[in-house]
Design a protein around this ligand. Structure first.
Ligand code: NAD
Length: 424
């Protein structure tokens, strides 16, 4: 094992080439590896260097298109960025099962974000509350002065709520500033507002303010979608029964609910990444919302209609934007948004909710019938063949045999390769 010293003084001040050179020297990179680092794809290296710190390269993932989606009577081709096999296929399949019954119906989504201001060391919480409510107009005015554009086009801070919490450091008053961020994800917008209003709030309250930042638990930005999935296309009554059983399992068991929700996020995060949105924010919000009742629960619900078709519903907070953040900077995200053809952040969330529901149904259908390994492993077999060192021209042949014999393992791939090489 190579021993290195990770304390590299001033790494951040170096140019990308200088940082790459350090890696070259430290890890003795071969020509192919050096080429990989130099390949920024459709990105201009300088543009990348301004996005995060200590940039040394660019990292690509596949983008696929989920088909068959009809949402609120409009057809969509949904770009998905994900490395996991079978996800795009499962979403497209489930969308087909719903399409037969009119597709997905997604509800209105308000683009309202919550920004938290933590007021501590208060002598009289009730008096502070009264004072803060009295001065609401001025506080909202200061907030809105931070983003006149947003305000002009109909968004901005419009109200706040006060929450009292008991903590190990005594009682705290938490102000939830409510901001309509329109087509943005809104983190920067609301963080700026919270920081700007805090000195005035501190003065009014005679307390001490520490944190001023959005909550990723976006309970004012809930997306809901519903669809009927055709019983016969799903595979018949047995499969529907299996899905209902899987749902009941998830309702009662957080171990299962976590995996159930992971399946939903396979779709939602793939669209989040494709459109240049913040996947960490979406994940954090979704899982916190799933446990809001005190028990971690599935984010979807299932039932059957009179004909035995499956009715699915999803409810999830979605802070997604079509403006701001990376959405307009990343060339592929711009293209993904063009393909998606959405006109607002609300419409993007409506699509994402429908996709999450479809993804969940796709996975549950497979689990309730043949199991997910077959679909997964068919694609995965190619990766296993590669891992086993199978040359490019033999991958297809080796992968097919792995699947046919239902032994998708590296050792078996090596065995097949040896046999093939002996024959040639
Ligand atoms: P942003 O800072 O780019 O702000 C969007 C801007 O677009 C606003 O100034 C707004 O006035 C303007 N705008 C123009 N037309 C608009 C319209 N129709 N609707 C809405 N705004 C319009 O982006 P943002 O959305 O405030 O911040 C998102 C970024 O913040 C993401 O990259 C995210 O990763 C990052 N972030 C996240 C967190 C977190 O989630 N905890 C914390 C900090 C930063």
């Amino acid at each position: 094992m190579r021993k290195i010293n990770s304390e590299i003084s001033g790494f951040y001040k170096l140019t990308i080439e200088e940082r790459q050179k350090i890696l070259n020297d430290l890890f003795d990179l071969n020509q192919d590896e050096r080429k990989l680092l130099h390949n920024f794809g459709y990105f201009n290296p300088n543009q990348m260097d301004t996005l995060i710190e200590n940039v040394v390269g660019s990292y690509q993932l596949p983008m696929g298109i989920a088909c068959n989606f009809k949402i609120n009577n409009k057809d969509y081709l949904i770009p998905m960025v994900i490395e996991e096999p079978s996800v795009v296929a499962a979403a497209s399949n489930a969308a087909k099962f719903a399409r037969k019954h009119g597709g997905f119906h997604s509800e209105k989504v308000n683009s309202v974000m919550i920004s938290q201001i933590q007021i501590t060391q208060l002598k009289d919480i009730n008096a502070t509350k009264e004072k803060l409510l009295e001065h609401k107009e001025k506080i909202l005015k200061i907030a809105n002065e931070q983003d006149p554009t947003l305000n002009e086009i109909g968004g901005g801070a419009f109200d706040y709520e006060l929450r009292e919490i008991n903590t190990g450091k005594g009682k705290m008053l938490i102000l939830h500033l409510l901001v309509n961020v329109l087509d943005a994800m809104g983190a920067n917008v609301v963080n700026t507002m919270a920081e700007a209003v805090s000195p005035y709030i501190e003065e009014l309250s005679n307390g001490k303010i520490y944190l001023r930042i959005l909550s990723n638990l976006a309970t004012e930005r809930i997306a809901k979608s519903k669809a009927t999935f055709d019983k016969d296309l799903l595979g018949g009554e047995e499969v529907v029964e299996g899905i209902l059983n899987a749902y009941e399992f998830a309702l009662e068991d957080p171990f299962r609910a976590t995996t159930h929700n992971k399946g939903i996020m396979n779709g939602i995060i793939a669209l989040t990444l494709a459109t240049g949105n913040d996947a960490r924010a979406i994940e954090a919000g979704a899982h916190a919302y799933a446990s809001l009742s005190g028990k971690y629960k599935p984010l979807t619900k299932f039932d059957v209609d009179k004909e035995g078709n499956l009715i699915g519903e999803i409810e999830i907070p979605l802070a997604l934007g079509i403006i701001g953040g990376m959405t307009k900077i990343h060339p592929m995200a711009r293209l993904a948004l063009k393909i998606l053809n959405v006109k607002s952040a609300e419409e993007l969330s409506q699509v994402a909710a429908a996709l999450g529901l479809a993804q969940n149904v796709g996975a549950l259908r497979a689990l309730a019938s043949e199991g997910i390994q077959r679909g997964h492993m068919t694609l995965h077999s190619r990766n296993i063949a590669k891992l086993a060192g199978v040359p490019e021209d033999l991958i297809e042949e080796v992968a097919n045999k792995l699947v046919k014999d239902n032994r998708i393992r590296v050792d078996y791939a090596k065995e097949i390769l040896n046999d093939l090489l002996k024959k040639k």
